[in-house]
Design a protein around this ligand. Structure first.
Ligand SMILES: [Zn+2]
Length: 107
């Protein structure tokens, strides 16, 4: 397996408690197109994730030469999560999207 020479290759610093998504107070966030969880990639790797203490948790996944963001959203703590995924894209684009989501600039 080729090791990626991008920041996506490690999840250092977030092993137990991921970052929180910023509450972005500025201009309206970019709208991500979310799709139902139907695009199957065998054994995707989870590269990053946001803190699971929130009802909405984002994961940065990679597999099949692409990367994408998965969103898991609950209405309440014990409610079933609704899973949605972004487009599958080049690593660089997925990395950019991940940062935008963390900064609260995309949702
Ligand atoms: Zn937390």
């Amino acid at each position: 397996v080729r090791r990626l020479e991008t920041p996506l290759s490690a999840s250092e610093g977030h092993a137990f408690h991921g970052p929180h998504v910023d509450q972005h107070a500025g201009s309206a966030p970019e709208r991500v197109r979310w799709y139902p969880f139907t695009h199957v990639v065998e054994r995707p790797r989870v590269l990053r994730w946001t803190c699971e203490c929130r009802l909405t948790v984002y994961y940065l996944l990679a597999g099949g030469g692409r990367a994408w963001v998965r969103r898991s959203r609950r209405r309440a703590l014990l409610a079933e999560a609704e899973i949605a995924e972004s487009d599958h894209m080049k690593y660089r684009d997925a990395e950019r999207l991940w940062v935008q989501i963390l900064l609260g600039r995309a949702q």
